[in-house]
Design a protein around this ligand. Structure first.
Ligand code: NAP
Length: 300
């Protein structure tokens, strides 16, 4: 039986990483943070976290090292690179990747780590910046049961719904299904809200009705009000959702599975990104619908 995890390395101080690491600290874990842009560690260092100069240094001090960075090559760099976790993580320790990346690349990294006696879980999350701040993320975990069981206290500090979905890569495959739903749902919210506005409805009353009935969703409830107010500040950036939808399309193509609704949604996000909106929040996809309609939901 392995010792419980007490010391946690945390790589990636982005929109998600900062509040997730903070919740680990609040739960009593000893956290050492690393970020490529070192200045973004300051907030948590001021609150008592240790700071590492490289991912390898964060891992050397830790029983488990969490990564939450942007895309597949970035995770490969912080895990397998010259200054990566693999260079110094202890045998018997665990790497937990909570980014959204390729399931195939995940399995390869898990094999490389296993050869060094290091476990790996893929544990992508859903619930957005709000879920990260409130510690209510949904966490879907792929990997070996023994590693999963050791990591449960960490997941419980960051999330509310934690599920071991299967072997390595299964967490990422589950997350891709999640992203199909997120993308299609959000474009549906855009169409419905534009229709409500065009029909001269009071949007506040529309929200009350639509969130109270069978049409409710996280996208409607959390992003609908931001769309109505013209607030496109990112909780989750369009460029990151584009990365996820690329992974969804690749996975569907491998299985010869048609996914026309996801591809339609993908094109709408691409239209906003093509006009320089990649760093807007995903709710900024409304701009593509507004352009098609020659009608704006906010400021008309
Ligand atoms: P973000 O705010 O853009 O943060 C990205 C982080 O990754 C930054 O700390 C960045 O470092 C680091 N990074 C990127 N490339 C790197 C590299 N090559 N080497 C080292 N560090 C690197 O993104 P986020 O919203 O936190 O998202 C992070 C991951 O979580 C993504 O995979 C995303 O799809 C997933 N996710 C996000 C949400 C959400 O609502 N935001 C929800 C679920 C899942 P620098 O500061 O130096 O740039």
């Amino acid at each position: 039986m392995s010792d419980p995890i007490k010391k946690v390395g945390f790589v990636g101080m982005g929109i998600m990483g900062v509040p997730m690491a903070r919740n680990l600290m609040k739960a009593g874990f000893e956290v050492t943070v690393y970020n490529r842009t070192a200045s973004k560690c300051k907030e948590l260092v001021d609150e008592g976290a240790g700071q590492a100069a490289t991912p390898a240094e964060a891992a050397a001090k830790s029983d488990a090292t969490i990564t939450i960075v942007s895309d597949t090559p970035d995770v490969e760099e912080v895990i397998l690179g010259e200054k990566g976790i693999i260079q110094s993580a202890r045998k018997g320790s665990i790497v937990i990747d909570m980014s959204t990346i390729s399931p195939k690349a995940t399995k390869k990294m898990a094999s490389a780590l296993k050869e060094e006696g290091i476990g790996m879980l893929d544990a992508p999350v859903s619930g957005g910046d709000i879920g990260a701040i409130n510690g209510t993320l949904t966490i879907m975990v792929g990997g070996e049961t023994s590693d999963y069981e050791r990591a449960v206290p960490l997941f419980e500090a960051m999330g509310k719904t934690v599920t071991h979905v299967g072997p390595s890569g299964s967490g990422q495959s589950t997350k891709l299904c999640n992203q199909c739903l997120v993308a299609i749902n959000l474009v549906a919210v855009c169409e419905a809200l534009l229709l409500a506005k065009k029909s001269g409805l009071d949007l506040q009353k529309s929200f009350r009705v639509l969130t109270g009935g069978a049409a409710n969703s996280f996208q409607l409830e959390k992003l609908g009000p931001r769309i109505a107010e013209g607030d496109h500040v990112p909780g989750f950036m369009i460029k990151l959702l584009q990365k996820d939808l690329r992974l969804v399309v690749e996975a569907a193509a491998e299985g010869e599975l048609p996914i026309p609704a996801t591809v339609f949604a993908q094109q709408m996000f691409s239209a906003v990104a093509a006009e320089g909106g990649g760093e807007l929040g995903t709710q900024g996809v409304i701009r593509a619908f507004e352009k098609l309609a020659n009608f704006r939901i906010h400021g008309e």
